[in-house]
Write a protein that binds this ligand. Sequence first.
Ligand SMILES: Nc1nc2c(ncn2[C@@H]2O[C@H](COP(=O)(O)OP(=O)(O)OP(=O)(O)O)[C@@H](O)[C@H]2O)c(=O)[nH]1
Ligand SMILES: [Mg+2]
Length: 296
Amino acid sequence: MSDRILTGQIPDALKQSLSRLPVVLSEAMVERLLRCVHYEPVIGIMGKSGAGKSSLCNILFSPPPASVDAVRGCTRHVHRYHVIRGSRTLHIADFPGIAETPEPDRQYRRLYRAWAPNLDLIVWALKADERAWKDDLRCYRELLGTGAAPERFLFVLTQADKMEPCREWDNASHQPSPRQAENLRAKTELAATLFTTVYPVIAVSAVENYHLEQWAEALIKALPVSSSSAVFHHLNPELRTEYVQEIAREGFISVAGAIFDEAALVVQTSARLMYQLQRLRRRFLAIIRAVWHLLF
Ligand SMILES: Nc1nc2c(ncn2[C@@H]2O[C@H](COP(=O)(O)OP(=O)(O)OP(=O)(O)O)[C@@H](O)[C@H]2O)c(=O)[nH]1
Ligand SMILES: [Mg+2]
């Protein structure tokens, strides 16, 4: 069954649950909710060339995003990729590699300013076996200097299997050796300290399928609640764990609650009506919870 048919049926159930509200109000609420359901998230990807940005995206989303077009942005390009599932699209904006030109900071500032209003989250890939992240750090600080919010950035340590001593990687269990694990722990801590990250830094390997579930959780948690369910819809099915599902669903329910509360503000409030509104709210959110898996 196509998701358009489904979302056509679901508004009726939702409208019914809101039948005690004025029709204009309940219709406006359902319309706002459906806008959230069909919202097309945009995730920005930053990091040095070769950090493993494309590999991470290809393993994270389903179907793997295909390069579609290059958008001219000032002097460099931001590559856009689209992940299309059914009638829904997730957009990925792949920023040019840091430190590839003599003037990277200025270009990044310009590109970032142009894109910032559209980005739900920026994933910053740091290669695990890189000795120094001097350019990444300088660039990140530049962006913060332009007013970028730290909570919009999620850092990830990529290519964990290349961490020294890289010959010790266990190819059978797809796990690091104890010495590699210790080095990875130290490196993620270092990244979190240097970049003063809002979210934990997780070491992943796209090639070895290492820690991808944990990272998908971190991604869904870091996203704004208004877009986490839409991103969930595009995750590789293997990464749509119960826990990831719960985070996204609860986020969407909080959005629905906020939509209800805003609408309720315009309704006359007597003590009796307040009580009824609270009951209505509970019923409305219970329906959202029950149909969430059909929406996403
Ligand atoms: N061993 C290992 N190799 C990886 C991993 N991720 C990516 N690579 C390899 O690293 C190289 C660069 O990966 P990409 O995903 O193309 O990196 P990128 O950041 O998109 O690079 P640009 O598009 O040039 O900016 C490729 O040869 C990948 O196969 C990983 O987790 N482990
Ligand atoms: Mg790439």
